[in-house]
Design a protein around this ligand. Sequence first.
Ligand code: NAD
Length: 342
Amino acid sequence: MTHLFLEKAKEFSSIGFEKQAKLLLVTDENVKKHCYPLIQAFLPKHQLMLIAAGDKNKNLENAQAIWNRALELNLGRNDLIIALGGGVISDLCGFAASTYKRGTNCSYIPTSLMAMVDAAHGGKTGINLGGVKNSVGTFTNPKNIYIHVPFLNTLSKAELYSGFAEAVKHGIIEGKSLWKTIENRTTINASSFTPDFIETLIQVKLAIVEADFKESNERKKLNLGHSIGHAIESLYLEKATPISHGQAVITGIVLESFIAHAHFDLNDEDLNTILRLISTHYDWIDIPFSDDAILQKLSNDKKNTDQMLFTLPMGIGNVQQNCEVSALQVAQAIELYAKYRS
Ligand SMILES: NC(=O)c1ccc[n+]([C@@H]2O[C@H](COP(=O)([O-])OP(=O)(O)OC[C@H]3O[C@@H](n4cnc5c(N)ncnc54)[C@H](O)[C@@H]3O)[C@@H](O)[C@H]2O)c1
């Protein structure tokens, strides 16, 4: 598997897709409108399949729709499914492809910042099931990843900030100069994300993934913000107004920082540094759910065994996985969050 930056749209004509016998390109309606026209003329003959946009559509019905379409087209393992879109499309297509005929080629063309810096890399595929995020999935790398940064020009501000949340996470994990670079960004727009900056963010993830592909230990560092974040995101998904994945991760980072400060080693200075950076870029969302509802979702989190094991920030550049956290500590962090927010 490689990832390759394509500076100009016309470079899509030279990447060798034509070696594949049949191509099924899957995308969502927003990406079809904004990104597909930029590269359509440079792609070889392909079938197009549309999925409705949004995380609630990263589901079994759409995985089945992809399997059915692949069967109709008589796609074989050596044909290719192309996922053109954000993390929803790459997670969904990656999952459908990894299970179709026990594993069919799939390449990703990430179009959101979230997918360029994070979701497309590392081989986690998945769908949401039973109200639980990513509860079914596989560890399967795509065949290739093609990154065309100009796609970011049509991404909404909210979605840019959603992707930036994973950059903040990578900055806390890495510390050093990456954290400083992120701290120095006082405003965010599409031009903030050069191929070099995106590559730096990808490398933070890949260095960890290469050491522990199946997340037996070290890779859990990348779950920073995600334990509580996924619980809140799942609860919001059940409401009519879902929040972005990045907003959920940011909220998770704040709550997990409160826990790490109150009960583990995160010192005042680093807590304040994290909170300051987050408050510069993000509104603190409401958490309109009971502690019980959040704890119930946490107990469904496949990252947890019998205990609640969280990944916590112990400092900038020092993130610790497998920290045992109690229900009371979670409830106290939620209370503190509400106090800070008001
Ligand atoms: N597999 C992993 O390791 C991993 C890591 C992080 C996140 N994820 C998953 O990724 C998903 C979130 O990804 P996301 O934020 O990209 O969500 P998304 O795919 O829903 O994209 C966000 C929105 O932006 C639109 N969009 C995408 N590219 C666009 C463009 N260039 N111009 C205009 N609109 C565009 C989409 O249509 C969608 O409405 C979640 O399901 C999350 O669980 C997976």
